[in-house]
Design a protein around this ligand. Structure first.
Ligand code: ADP
Ligand code: MG
Length: 882
């Protein structure tokens, strides 16, 4: 217990998995917590005694599953192993913490999702009061990817949602203070950043950054200047130091700190990422049904991770976007090559993570075997791309208006795969490791014959020993004339000769009798004893030697791990372009024209996800034109279920796809790049947010009005829906006006308040469109077609009938409706006489254009300075005006 308590003290914030033989045991509070979290039976040590210690355990061989469950629940686990064989240990078995598994630092393939990065993040706010800057860094310890930036505190939540770290570090005071609201909404484990050796990590970062001050090496794009971005660098040092502490025995595979600015990519906030269903669906948070799921046809894990990154960080630099388009287009034009490239890539293992595991020292023999085989495939991939560059395949009906693209960055991007260190490593691993190495070094049979003389010798001995036993058996049978003499083995006295009762008379004198059994006797000879010693030690020596040699192979990989990882990254880009090309070809996407203009023009656009779900050919395509000069704000009216939301989302998704370099689901498209994409879905439509309130809706709308620029794309879906009709119409109206008059962002504005169509009368850059429906024999038919002009009717009752509201209720609703429209208010409530107020005869646009004299009069008075008599006089005056 002393040993346990010592170790536990060093890792007080973690559950301690304490290895005892075939189990990991937990004690005290850890046992109580783990038993609850893992559904284990809680027992106790020294049962029955008064101070019995609660304990529970998990079998060693099943530990991974339990570790996964604990990290998923946000726990940190310190794994303590026995550092010597208990059989050989003198006194207490030596134990050490070999690694700490935290939600953000997980290295086990069985826990990791191959297509998801596993980030640990740290936040470092500026110390000074009133400074809204925050340093953010995140590290994927499996690959060594380390990124850092500085952002406004108001953007922290958005960026966290986009990055998706599984664990966030920050100083305790910040967690209680300025970061508390973010922490409340970003539901991942937050841990205080008490990190040892922060200075050491910062010093090391200096070298990753290419030195500092005058020694600073040539700046590459993405290099951070520590003098300019001290918070980002400090955050990076924090994740590094924290991650390092979890791996006492290994080196983190970090070779570079990549800095970025929020302006490098399209700004997407939490709401936009969620509403546009980029990586998961709004309802249910499922990957299936999200945009990423449709476009992700990658065949490798690094490709999947890279595509995700591309989608969440769409580009705004036109030249960069076109380079990607070129690569995708080039592959689209070479379907046979594309297929070959994809087939080849699908057999290449995850070089980024394998290189990371080697650096961390946790690579298994099987890992190195896969790494070697993957390296062996590199020349094939490079050759494919190279030959493709000289051959053009004619593709009938190709939807690509641009001239035949060059291979873009594809061949040059593959340069990293051509590093001479890689084939050298492949050759070495080919010679040192067997074709199919086992999962564990312990299993033996790792090192290939011919690589090491001692291994070969030991194997011969161990093996030859067994042969020799057969030889001895045969010889003894012959010499003694005992035909059924057997050489056998048991644990107590090793190899022995067994002779049955009827043959005892023939036993040679030099046999030493060891044991009498029911039907005979057992003997040993000096020769057998010597052989046994050799065999046993040979196996042990072999195991030790194989382990030693394997370690050297891991080190050899670690030495060039950065190059291996770079090759993996290069293949990832090919895989991503291949995936986009595959989707483009399979689904008939076109190459959009992306430029620095402000127009968005889409011909026959489709919603990439809904199109994929519906039976082929049934999705109705629609055009879209947005242009701050003419059609800046497109107001979409139409009944519920007509297709308004679908239409707006498809425009935003097409714009984002275009900006990641993808082809888009349309016949033709021009996308003037967007700097930000905003979405706001009316409270009632936003089902996913349980706490949906009008307040949230308005806060998000306020954010759009505050941050949208002329270059932004704004999607407003049923704004104002979360309140009463009058409030709702008024707010929607005012927001639309403001977007038109002041923000001038390209805006799609859907509303079922068809009163808003009048806005176009007073605002030149507002266009009305509606999603067409037809009434057929009293039934409503959705045509899904976006047509010019506003809707003149909301069809709410028709939709209600479709939804199955009883005929009686529908009938009554129609009755009330017609009375409302006729202007005869039910009861006295003015609010209910909706039809009269909102009818085109009393356009709200008119009110806004020329304020009524009554209102002018009213706004001029100051009630506090009026006598009752003056008030009465005014009232009379107003009455006469009305
Ligand atoms: P609204 O926002 O007007 O209430 P939605 O956009 O939610 O309507 O669309 C309702 C349903 O109609 C969608 O779930 C989709 O299945 C279908 N839909 C929408 N647009 C189309 C289209 N262009 N082609 C085919 N089906 C469509
Ligand atoms: Mg809708």
């Amino acid at each position: 217990m002393r040993q346990y308590l010592d170790l536990k003290e060093k890792h007080a914030d973690a559950l301690l998995f304490f290895r005892c033989g075939d189990f990991y045991e937990m004690f005290f509070e850890d046992a109580v917590v783990a038993a609850r979290a893992l559904d284990l039976t809680l027992t106790s040590r020294d049962k029955g005694k008064e101070d019995a210690v609660p304990m529970c355990g998990v079998p060693y061989h099943a530990a991974r599953g339990y570790l996964a469950r604990l990290t998923e629940q946000g726990f940190k686990v310190a794994v303590c192993e026995q550092m010597e064989d208990p059989k050989l240990a003198k006194g207490l078995v030596k134990r050490e913490i070999v690694r700490v598994i935290t939600p953000g630092v997980v290295l086990d393939d069985e826990i990791l999702d191959p297509k998801l990065p596993r980030y640990l993040a740290a936040l470092v706010p500026a110390g000074k009061r009133g400074n809204p800057a925050v340093g953010l860094a995140y590290l994927d310890a499996t690959t060594g990817e380390l990124c850092a930036t500085e952002i406004q505190v108001s953007s922290v939540l958005d960026e966290l949602v986009r990055v998706g770290p599984r664990e966030v570090l920050a100083e305790a005071a910040q967690l209680e203070g300025m970061l508390a609201p973010v922490r409340a909404r970003y539901k991942m484990p937050w841990n205080p950043a008490v990190v040892p050796a922060l200075e050491a990590a910062e010093a090391e970062l200096g070298t990753l950054l290419g030195g500092s001050g005058p020694q600073r090496g040539a700046a590459r794009s993405g290099d951070l200047d520590p003098a300019e971005r001290p918070l980002a660098v400090r955050a990076a040092a924090t994740v590094l130091a924290y991650a390092r502490a979890t791996q006492p025995g290994g080196t983190l595979p970090v070779t570079r700190l990549i800095g970025y600015e929020s302006g490098d990519a399209v700004v997407l906030d939490e709401t936009a990422i969620a509403n546009l269903e980029l990586t998961e669906t709004l309802i249910g948070k499922k990957r299936e049904g999200a945009l990423l799921d449709v476009i992700d046809q990658t065949v490798t894990a690094p490709g999947g991770r890279r595509l995700r990154r591309w989608l969440l960080y769409p580009l705004i630099d036109v030249a960069q976007i076109r380079r990607r388009q070129d690569a995708v287009g080039w592959l689209v034009q070479r379907p046979a090559l594309l297929e070959q490239v994809r087939r080849t890539l699908s057999r290449v293992a995850d070089l980024e993570r394998l290189a990371g595991k080697a650096t961390l020292g946790v690579a298994t023999p099987r890992d190195l075997g896969r790494l070697r085989d993957a390296l062996g495939m590199l020349p094939e991939v490079m050759a494919l791309v190279k030959t493709g560059a000289t051959k053009l395949e004619p593709v009938p009906g190709l939807l690509d208006p641009a001239p035949p693209p060059s291979a873009g960055s594809l061949p040059s991007g593959l340069a990293a795969c051509g590093d001479a260190a890689l084939p050298a490593l492949a050759v070495r691993l080919g010679k040192s490791l067997v074709d199919e190495p086992p999962f564990l070094v312990k299993d033996g049979g790792v090192i290939r014959a011919g690589w090491d003389a001692q291994v070969d010798e030991c194997r011969r001995l161990a093996d030859g020993g067994k042969d020799e036993i057969l030889a001895i058996e045969a010889r003894e049978q012959r010499e003694s004339g005992i035909a059924n003499l057997k050489v056998r083995y048991n644990r107590v006295f090793g190899y022995y000769l067994e002779i049955t009762k009827s043959n005892l008379a023939k036993v040679p004198a030099h046999y030493v009798r060891k044991q009498t059994i029911a039907n005979g006797e057992r003997y040993v000879t000096p020769e057998l004893a010597e052989l046994e010693r050799k065999v046993v030690t040979a196996e042990e020596t072999l195991a030790a030697r194989e382990a030693e040699l394997f370690k050297a192979e891991v080190a050899a990989v670690a030495e060039v791990a950065a190059k291996v990882s770079a090759a993996g990254a290069a293949l990832a880009v090919v895989d991503v372009c291949g995936s986009l090309a595959e989707v483009a070809a399979r689904r008939g996407y076109c190459r959009p024209v992306v430029d620095d203009g402000l127009a968005i023009e889409i011909v026959d656009g489709r919603h990439p996800v809904i199109e994929a779900i519906l039976p082929e050919g049934t999705f109705v395509p629609n055009d879209c034109r947005l242009d701050p000069g003419a059609e800046q704000l497109v107001l979409i009216t139409g009944p519920n279920m007509a297709g308004k939301s679908t239409y707006m989302r498809q425009v935003a998704q097409i714009a984002l796809l275009a900006q990641i370099g993808s082809f888009v689901p349309a016949k033709a498209a021009t996308i003037g790049v967007c700097d930000r994409v905003f979405t706001r879905v009316g409270a009632a439509d936003n089902l996913s947010r349980g706490d949906s309130t009008f307040m949230v809706e308005m806060r998000e709308t306020a954010a759009i009005l505050a941050h949208a620029t002329r270059r932004s794309l704004v999607i407003l879906d049923e704004v104002g829906r979360g309140t009463s009709t009058f409030d709702g119409v008024s707010i929607a109206w005012a927001v639309a006006e403001h977007l038109h008059d002041h923000v001038t962002a390209r805006t799609l504005f859907a509303t079922h308040y068809h009163e808003l169509v009048a806005l176009a009368d007073s605002r030149p850059r507002v266009r009305n469109v509606s999603v067409a429906v037809r009434e057929h024999k009293g039934e409503i038919v959705f045509l899904r077609r976006v047509v010019p002009g506003g809707a003149n009717k909301s069809y709410g009752i028709d939709v209600a009938r479709l939804a199955g509201l009883p005929t009686k209720v529908i009938g009554r609703a129609r009755e009330i409706m017609s009375r409302l429209e006729g202007g005869s208010a039910l009861g006295t409530s003015a609010q209910l006489s909706l039809g009269a107020v909102a009818s085109p005869q009393l356009p709200l646009g008119g009110i806004a254009a020329q304020p009524s004299p009554v209102i002018a009069k009213l706004s001029a008075i100051d009630i506090n300075r009026m006598t009752p008599l003056e008030a009465l006089t005014l009232l009379a005056e107003l009455k006469s005006l009305v």
